[in-house]
Design a protein around this ligand. Structure first.
Ligand code: NOJ
Length: 536
C-alpha cells in the first residue's frame, strides 16, 4: 500500500464510514411513535453488519422540541422521549463492544428559550445571565437592531416586551443565539464537552459551526440581491452577504480550544460548516491549520445537479481547497434524499448508488444518512402532516425538511416495524421492498449493494493514498485513482469510455452496465465502477 504522510487531522476516523441517525425516525422501542436510544441499541447489529464504523446521533437532550431537539434546554441530560442517561451509557458500551464509534451532536450556536440560562437572562437587564445571549436595544427609529434574518424566516430578532430589548436568534425565536464573546459561555461549554467525554463519546458533530461568534458591533449585512415577497426563507437568507453574523475568525479559536479538550480522548471534532455558495476555501479554513476541526462537512455535493461539469467543478474545487479533511454525504435530515434529487424512481436510486461509489472513495470521511442504504426517496406529505417549523411557520410555500425525515421501514409489520404505535410523522407510502428485512434477503438490492460497496472500500482503499484525477473536465466520466484503486462514474446522457492507466486492472464493484476491455472501461448511463490494480 502507498504510505503517504498523515496530516495533523488523522485519527481512528481515517478509513471510516459514518452513518447519520436521525433519532426521532430511526427505531422506536416503546411504542410512543418517536425513535429513541434503546431503539438504536436494538439496531447496532444491523449497523455492524452493514459495515459502517461510526454513528452520529442527532440531539437527544432535554428539549421543548420546537426544532425537534436542536433547541436544547439541558446540555447534560437525555430527554425522556429518547430514554435516560443510563440508556445512553448502554448505547456507548454496546456500540464499543461491536467496534462502532459514537459521536454526538453538540448544539453550541443557540440554546432553547426554555434553557435556565435564557429564562434567567430574560428576567431583567441586570440579570447575571443576560450576557449569555445577544440582547440589544431597538434601532434608533424603533424595530429590530439590524437587518439580520433568521434561517427559518423573518427577522433574526424578537422583541421581549418586558425589557423592551430584542434578542438574537439565527433560527427560531425558541433558539436564542448564545454569546460566544462571553468567557462564561466558553467555560460552560468546556464543562459540557468534558461531561460527554467522560461518558466515553468518540466525538462531536458541531451544529452550525460557522455561526458561533458574531461581530459584536452588529452592523447590517450587505444585501446581494433584492428580496421579493415570494422568496422562501432559504432564498431570503441567501440574498444577504453574511459578513457579520457567520464565519467570523473567532470560531476557529473556539475549535482550537476544544481540540485540546478532545485530543487526550482521541475524539473527533466534525463541524457542520454550512456556508453561502459552499465556498470550499472558506470551509477549508476550519480544518487546514491542523489544530481546529478534524473534519468539516462539505455540502455542495448534496446539491449539485446530475451534470458532469458541475460535479467535476464541485469535487475538484473542494479537494483543491481541503485535500483530505472534508466529510461527504448523499443526503441528510436537512436536505432532500438523493434518489429524489437525482430524478426519482429506479433511475434516481441507481444514480444515488453510482454517485456513492465516487463519494465513498474520496479522501475524507463519508456519511450515509439513515435510509440511503435502502435507496429511499423523499416522501410526499399532506399539508396537515407537515411538522418542520420551516414549513409550518412560513406564509410562502416551502416544503421544509419533513420529506427526508420519515421513519425507517424495517420489516413486514404494521408501520413497517418502526413503532408499535403511531409514527410521529407518516411513513409515507413505503412498500415491503423498501424494508431492510426484504432487502437483506433479496438476491440483489440497494442494501446489499451498499454493503458490498463498503466492503470493497474496506478491502481495497488505502485511506492515506492521495487522489489523482484520471479524467478531465470535459469528460462525461468522472474518475480518480488513489494508490491501487480507481473509482469512476458516468454522469453523461450516453454510454462513455474511460481509458485506463497502465497496468492490469480488475473490476471489483459496479453499478449499472460496466465492461472492462484492454486498457478501457466502457460505461452505460448512470453507471459506476471500482477497479483494483492487479499488477503493474
Ligand atoms: C442544523 C441542523 O442539522 C438542523 O436540523 C437544525 O435545524 C439547525 N442546524 C439549527 O440547529
Amino acid at each position: 500500500m502507498d504510505s503517504a504522510v498523515r496530516n495533523n487531522n488523522s485519527g481512528w476516523w481515517d478509513g471510516s464510514v459514518g452513518y447519520e441517525i436521525y433519532i426521532r425516525s430511526f427505531a422506536d422501542s416503546n411504542g410512543d411513535g418517536v425513535g429513541d436510544l434503546p431503539g438504536i441499541i436494538e439496531k447496532l447489529d444491523y449497523l455492524s453488519w452493514l459495515g459502517v464504523d461510526l454513528v452520529w446521533v442527532t440531539p437527544f437532550y432535554p428539549s421543548p422540541m420546537a426544532d425537534f431537539g436542536y433547541d436544547v434546554s439541558d446540555y447534560c441530560g437525555v430527554d425522556p422521549l429518547f430514554g435516560t442517561l443510563e440508556d445512553f451509557d448502554e448505547l456507548i458500551e454496546e456500540a464499543h463492544r461491536r467496534e462502532l464509534r459514537v459521536i454526538i451532536d453538540l448544539v453550541p450556536n443557540h440554546s432553547s428559550s426554555e434553557h435556565p440560562w435564557f429564562l434567567s437572562s430574560r428576567t431583567s437587564i441586570d440579570d447575571e445571565f443576560r450576557g449569555y445571549y445577544h440582547w440589544r436595544d431597538p434601532a434608533p427609529g424603533g424595530g429590530p437592531p439590524n437587518n439580520w434574518v433568521s434561517h427559518f424566516g423573518g427577522s433574526a430578532w424578537t422583541l421581549d416586551k418586558q425589557s423592551g430589548q430584542y434578542y438574537l436568534h439565527l433560527f427560531l425565536p425558541e433558539q436564542p443565539d448564545l454569546n460566544w464573546n462571553n468567557p462564561r459561555v466558553i467555560k460552560e461549554f468546556d464543562e459540557i464537552l468534558k461531561f460527554w467525554l467522560a461518558r466515553d463519546v468518540d466525538g462531536f458533530r458541531i451544529d452550525v459551526a460557522q455561526g458561533l461568534v458574531k461581530n459584536m458591533l452588529m452592523p447590517d449585512n450587505p444585501l446581494r440581491f433584492p428580496i421579493r415577497d415570494d422568496m422562501s426563507p432559504r432564498q431570503v437568507f441567501a440574498a444577504f452577504d453574511h459578513r457579520y453574523d457567520l464565519d467570523q475568525g473567532g470560531n476557529l479559536e473556539i475549535f482550537r480550544r476544544w481540540r485540546t479538550l478532545v485530543e487526550p480522548h482521541n475524539s473527533l471534532l466534525l463541524g457542520e460548516v454550512y456556508l453561502r455558495d459552499n465556498d470550499p476555501n472558506r470551509v477549508s479554513r476550519y480544518v487546514s491549520s491542523g489544530d481546529a476541526l478534524h473534519r468539516a462537512f462539505y455540502f455542495a455535493p448534496m446539491h449539485v445537479p446530475w451534470d458532469p461539469q458541475s460535479m467535476w467543478d464541485t469535487f475538484r474545487d473542494a479537494l483543491n481547497a481541503a485535500p483530505e479533511d472534508l466529510s461527504w454525504a448523499l443526503s441528510s435530515h436537512d436536505d432532500p434524499r438523493a434518489p429524489s434529487r437525482f430524478g426519482g424512481g429506479q433511475e434516481g436510486k441507481q444514480r444515488s448508488l453510482a454517485y456513492s461509489t465516487l463519494l465513498f472513495f474520496l479522501p475524507g470521511l463519508p456519511f450515509i444518512y439513515q435510509g440511503d442504504e435502502l435507496g429511499l426517496p423523499n416522501i410526499e406529505l399532506d399539508q396537515e402532516d407537515l411538522a418542520d417549523p420551516v414549513a409550518t411557520r412560513n406564509a410562502v410555500e416551502t416544503d421544509g425538511r419533513d420529506g427526508a425525515r420519515s421513519p425507517i421501514p424495517w420489516r413486514n409489520d404494521p408501520e413497517f416495524g418502526f413503532t408499535t404505535g403511531t409514527p410521529w410523522i407518516p411513513m409515507g407510502g413505503r412498500s415491503y421492498e423498501d424494508t431492510a428485512e426484504y432487502q437483506q434477503e433479496a438476491e440483489s438490492s440497494w442494501l446489499m449493494s451498499y454493503k458490498q460497496l463498503l466492503e470493497t472500500r474496506k478491502d481495497h482503499l488505502d485511506p492515506t493514498a492521495p487522489l489523482q484525477w484520471v479524467t478531465a473536465r470535459d469528460s462525461d466520466v468522472i474518475g480518480f485513482r488513489r494508490g491501487g484503486t480507481i473509482s469512476a462514474l458516468n454522469v453523461g446522457v450516453d454510454d462513455s469510455d474511460l481509458p485506463l492507466p497502465e497496468g492490469e486492472w480488475e473490476l471489483v464493484f459496479q453499478v449499472g452496465e460496466v465492461a472492462i476491455g484492454t486498457g478501457v472501461l466502457a460505461f452505460g448511463v448512470n453507471s459506476a465502477a471500482v477497479l483494483v490494480l492487479a499488477s503493474q
